[in-house]
Design a protein around this ligand. Structure first.
Ligand SMILES: Cc1ncc(COP(=O)(O)O)c(C=O)c1O
Length: 429
């Protein structure tokens, strides 16, 4: 495969953009190769500027559950853009989007649109703190909720340790009210609530963590989390930025049968355009400005292009229940194919999969939290990633990310990917 044009483009980008990219993981640093520069996409495929074709399992990091250039989405966008790009004034399509979300996810009675997942979680925390009059936020080690200051917190040395900044530039004062808890660990959470429960505004969780590979919370853990937050009067915020409308039309929360106070969305609800949203119980959401006093705003929030792409995507998902069945079936075949290859070759791997989110770890250990995810051999992953790319399969360029299967992936793509996996694993021997 030739990457000459991408190499030149990356050099040029590095002169003007920090690290050559507008979001760090795109730089492919974890796998130590130059990222291909992408020119276009169609269905399940993307094409780089050197003319290489890839089967795309990143899907813009999750939003493209229907693949690239889904005709209904593209046509709706074309007719929307002809009426202007933005108004900063109310439009009917915003209500349509809100209705679709509220109808799909029963715990959401009102919803506010923002422009990214980061904005959604950041605003949800402000609302939770205002509503409860409390300051502490509990998050889980290995869960990512965007890059707002108070959520950029590393694993502390002990469960009860208050957070320390994960990035320079985040004042210790800002994260002193963030506690990092162990994912899937009931005892740890019990201890944290015993010590701080009366001042915990909210617990925020990725129901299926997609930022340490793919690590689902257990049903027992989620049930316990709901119970203990209820007992202490803390809010439960479920971050469905990645899982929302992907694992089910009704969100991961429907799979766990849990009723959160606030839910955060992004990715799929924007159909590939910049969007986020947070929504929840009416009595909580009514505190947001201009109805209440919790301030939160956005020049481009609810803009017509993002709403059009999102509404069209959600409508297609709603009207075609078979989409989820088909994606589940394709994802299962990938999982089984990969496992089969590894066992034929005698390579130890663990595959975690929930619906169309899948991660292959190079470890023998069961992966159920951050520490167990870290047992995967990232050097081997980097080699595997490079081999898959050479085979024409574009995976997430980090061990600690999910791959995303879309409705656009064909049977042929799945077969080709399983063959590529076999060839790539063989090169590792
Ligand atoms: C679970 C989760 N929450 C929040 C975010 C932040 O979203 P954004 O990148 O749109 O700010 C992400 C991003 O991947 C995410 O996976």
């Amino acid at each position: 495969m030739n990457f000459e044009k991408s190499k030149k483009a990356f050099e040029e980008a590095n002169k003007y953009i920090p690290g050559g990219v507008n979001s760090p993981v795109r730089a492919f640093k974890a796998v130590n190769i130059t990222p291909p520069f992408i020119k276009e996409g169609k269905g399940s495929k993307i094409y780089d500027i050197d003319g290489n074709e890839y089967i795309d399992y990143v899907g813009s990091w999750g939003p493209l559950i229907l693949g690239h250039c889904r005709p209904e989405v593209m046509n709706a966008l074309k007719s929307s853009v002809e009426k202007s790009t933005s108004f900063g004034a109310p439009t009917e399509i915003e209500t349509e989007m809100a209705k679709l979300i509220c109808d799909a996810v029963p715990s959401v009675e009102m919803v506010r649109m923002v422009n990214s997942g980061t904005e959604a979680t950041m605003s949800a925390l402000r609302l939770a703190r205002a509503y409860t009059g409390r300051e502490i936020i509990v998050k889980f080690i290995g869960n990512y909720h965007g890059h707002s200051d108070c959520l950029l917190v590393k694993a502390g040395s002990g469960a009860l340790t208050h957070g320390t900044p994960d990035s320079p530039g985040v004042p210790a004062d800002i994260v002193k009210n963030t506690i990092s808890a162990k994912y899937n660990d009931v005892e740890d959470l019990k201890n944290i609530f015993a010590a701080h429960g009366d001042n915990i505004a909210a617990v925020i969780i990725e129901p299926v963590a997609g930022n340490m590979g793919v690590v689902p919370s257990t049903k027992e853990f989620m049930t316990f989390l709901r119970d203990i937050t209820n007992t202490y009067g803390s809010l439960l915020i479920i971050d469905e930025v990645m899982t929302g409308f992907r694992l089910s039309y009704h969100g991961a929360q429907s799979l766990y049968n849990v009723d959160p106070d606030i839910t955060c969305f992004a990715k799929i609800i924007g159909g590939g355009l910049p969007v986020g949203a947070y929504g929840g119980k009416r009595k909580i959401m009514e505190n947001i400005s201009p109805l209440g006093s919790v301030y939160q705003a956005g020049t481009l929030s609810g803009n017509p292009l993002a709403m059009t792409a999102g509404v069209t995507t959600l409508r297609l998902l709603k009207e075609n229940a078979k989409i989820y069945e088909a994606i589940e079936e394709k994802s299962k075949r990938l999982e089984e194919g990969f496992k089969d290859n590894a066992s034929k070759l005698g390579i130890d791997i663990i595959i975690n999969r929930v619906g169309s989110m899948l991660c292959l770890y190079f470890t023998k250990n069961d992966v159920h939290d951050f520490d167990s995810a870290l047992t995967s051999d990232t050097a081997v992953f980097a080699k595997y990633f490079e081999e898959m790319l050479k085979e024409g399969v574009y995976l997430s360029p980090s061990q600690f990310e999910s791959i995303f299967v879309s409705y656009a992936h064909t049977d042929e793509d799945i077969e080709k990917t399983i063959r590529a996996n076999y060839n790539a694993l063989k090169k590792l021997l």
